[in-house]
Design a binder for this molecule. Structure first.
Ligand code: GLC
Ligand code: GLC
Length: 675
């Protein structure tokens, strides 16, 4: 075999050794061509995998045996991978930027809230397609614990679908149907913790050594107390502290590490057995047809004394190993980091320096999300422009997930440095945002709720749907037409900004129709304590029927959104592989940024004010456009100008391109017919 990928002599020797020892496993299983493909990929990713595992576990006496076991699992998963998925793997290897293309638009929902069950989701594929969705994240749907389950993130069985939603067979069928319609399925890989009712936890509870090793447990408070010195609390309000006393565990009782709720036990990744389990699970989801795996709570996977136990170097080695393994076995599957961390830490989940193209392909851009809400409240672009200027540029091979809302709360993630740089006082600004988005600030249009208020620190986060936070709920209640109009404009403006940013925009279920807060959760004892359910409403299919009627509120939002998605799909300029350049627009109320690609530039201008604004027409030249410009959002018309200034309507957005440019893709009508 030729050596395309250059390995150091040591790594090559290690690789040859694996090949010599392990060849028999493959040959018995598959046809020679599949074996070749496997070895080629293994050779290509061997270094990444070997380095990660060797650094993490190389000092153990059983390293070689561990590696052999892992290899065996990889071979088996590859052999079991359905043929259509193997074809998809090849297709995606040939087009490694598939997820950065401008037709990628995500949608996220709870299966039951959206369509009852998996069968119901199949019946709604038409709806998703009408909106332009090409990526569907179904929130956790495997068997959760009985009672409170953290929105499904406390699982007792990772391989069994919650019975009222359907079966694994239904999920497989759905994955095939989605794929035939050009939609990639995203599933959660809840890898930081299991529910205390999970059989691993139960066996640890009973004192089985093997399973005790899956968790972090302590017989007294000395270590937990030492760790607590530097650990933050995720849910200070209903789950304070990071350890839970479990009476009778392994005889005497133990403290168990529980970052989230007391019923979610953190897994111990210093034990390679845990890696084997999670890799197996990754294969299980990959082979049933998931194309994106969301690494839930990724920052928390490794613990270290005297730190906040987030973003530790070992986390990135684990991710590097997961990615390398997937690239060999199922390269059509990519990873998405759920890392709600500051920008400098976030970028590491996408790869920096020597880890470029070795980490997750996707990660939530939570800072940008929070900044968008901040700019909507202040009607000012200063803070977001400052922060975007300082945010690290994304490198090749990855993309941010841009979103406005998801099933969680909004934390005010802008950095103190950026706040200070624009003359804000960090605590005051965050308190202002909390007051504003709970409607307490005089004149606020928003209606949301505080989440996890921490009296000790004064910190809090906010929950609520996009529509309610953007003013629709209050406006509808007051029956004030101009306020309704402004709320709709805000909703579309925010979407124009996430759709116009490159990366994958993801729409949270219901936002396309302007669904407002759902307060009914408070009547359900399992949910009452968690107001994130405010922004997890049930789909309102009655309301959805109005989506074609532009005189209705849902119709205006839905049609506005599909036009944005269509305009984005037809240009290559928002492709993830491009430069992002924030601009000072010369008007504090106007947010401006350019996206640059070899074939051209698009300038995004957004007026955050409730009154018309103008910017100097010369701004288009600073952004790299020449001569006449056209607005992709108004059917290609040139933007109105007066006295050398571009006019922007209240709460409106423009996507400006060169007048002479021909960046249009024909509307895609072709649909993939094979998965
Ligand atoms: C993730 C989920 C969140 C959950 C937490 C614990 O952050 O998004 O909903 O509470 O993980 O699993
Ligand atoms: C924090 C955690 C995140 C979790 C969220 C839950 O932001 O970092 O993982 O989803 O809290 O609200």
């Amino acid at each position: 075999m030729h050596n395309v990928f250059v390995m150091t002599p040591e790594v090559r020797a290690a690789f040859e050794n694996v090949r010599r020892v392990e060849s028999y496993r493959l040959e018995g299983w598959m046809n020679p061509r599949d074996v070749d493909v496997f070895w080629l990929r293994f050779e290509r990713y061997f270094d990444d995998l070997h380095y990660a595992l060797d650094t993490l576990y190389g000092d153990r006496a059983d390293t070689l045996e561990q590696f052999g076991r892992l290899f065996g699992r990889m071979v088996q998963a590859y052999a079991e991978r359905p043929d259509p998925l193997k074809v998809l793997d090849l297709e995606r290897q040939f087009t490694p930027r598939w997820f950065q293309r401008t037709h990628m638009v995500g949608y996220t929902c709870y299966t039951d809230q959206f369509a009852g069950d998996l069968e119901g989701v199949r019946d709604r594929i038409d709806y998703l397609q009408e909106l332009g969705v090409t990526y569907l994240h179904l929130m956790p749907l495997m068997q959760p614990r009985p009672g409170p389950d953290d929105g499904g993130y406390a699982m007792v069985d990772f391989r069994r679908v919650r019975p009222d939603l359907g079966t694994i067979e239904d999920l497989k069928r759905l994955a095939v149907d989605l794929s035939e319609r050009g939609i990639t399925l995203c599933l959660d890989l809840v890898l930081n913790h299991v529910a205390r009712e999970h059989h691993w936890a139960q066996r640890a509870l009973a004192g089985e050594e093997r399973y005790l090793g899956y968790f972090h447990t302590f017989s007294d408070r000395s270590l937990p107390d030492a760790y607590e010195q530097t650990l933050p609390e995720v849910f200070p309000d209903d789950a304070p502290g990071n350890f839970t006393w479990v009476p009778g565990m392994a005889g005497q009782g133990r403290w168990v590490w529980t970052t989230f709720h007391d019923y979610q036990w953190d897994l111990n990744y210093s034990n390679p057995e845990v890696v084997h389990e999670i890799v197996d699970l990754m294969f299980f989801y990959a082979n049933l047809g998931a194309g994106v795996l969301r690494l839930d709570a990724a920052p928390f996977l490794w613990k270290r004394l005297d730190t906040n136990c987030q973003n530790q170097p070992e986390v990135f080695l684990l991710i590097q190993a997961f990615r390398a393994i997937l690239r060999v076995v199922a390269p059509g599957v990519i990873l998405k980091a759920e890392a709600i961390v500051p920008p400098d830490a976030l970028i590491r989940y996408l790869g920096v320096k020597s880890t470029v193209e070795k980490q997750c392909e996707l990660a939530y851009d939570n800072q940008r999300m929070a900044l968008l809400w901040s700019s909507l409240a202040t009607r000012k672009a200063t803070l977001i422009t400052q922060a975007l200027h300082r945010a690290p540029q994304l490198l090749i091979g990855c993309a941010p997930v841009n979103y406005l809302r998801n099933h969680d709360d909004i934390g005010w993630a802008m950095t103190n440095e950026d706040l200070v740089a624009v003359g804000e006082t960090p605590d005051l600004h965050r308190h202002f945002l909390n007051d504003f988005y709970t409607g307490r600030f005089p004149g606020s249009f928003a209606r949301g709720a505080l989440f996890q208020e921490n009296p000790a620190t004064g910190d809090a986060r906010v929950t609520g749907t996009t529509a309610s936070l953007a003013g629709l709920e209050t406006a509808l209640e007051h029956g004030e037409e101009s306020a309704v109009d402004r709320a709709i404009r805000r909703i579309l403006l925010l979407h124009a900004l996430i759709l116009g940013a490159g990366g994958i925009p993801v729409i949270h279920m219901g936002d396309e129709l302007g669904l407002t807060n759902d307060a009914t959760y408070s009547r359900d004892p399992q949910r009452a304590g968690d107001n994130r359910w405010l922004n997890r409403p049930r789909m309102d299919w009655q309301r959805a029927r109005l989506r074609h009627d532009e005189r209705s509120v849902p119709g205006r939002i839905f049609q506005g959104l599909t036009r944005l998605i269509e305009a984005r799909r037809r240009t290559s300029l928002f492709h993830g592989f491009g430069l992002f350049q924030p601009l000072w627009s010369g008007n504090d109320h106007v947010l401006g940024y350019a996206r640059k690609r070899p074939e051209g530039t698009v300038l995004v201008l957004a007026n955050l004010e409730e009154h018309p604004q103008t910017v100097e027409a010369a701004l288009t030249r600073h952004a790299g456009l020449s001569g006449e410009t056209r607005d992709l959002l108004s059917g290609g018309a040139p933007p109105p100008q007066r006295h050398g200034r571009l006019q922007l309507d209240a709460l409106s957005c423009r996507w400006l391109v060169d007048g002479s440019a021909e960046p249009l893709y024909p509307v895609r009508t072709d649909r993939r017919t094979r998965p």
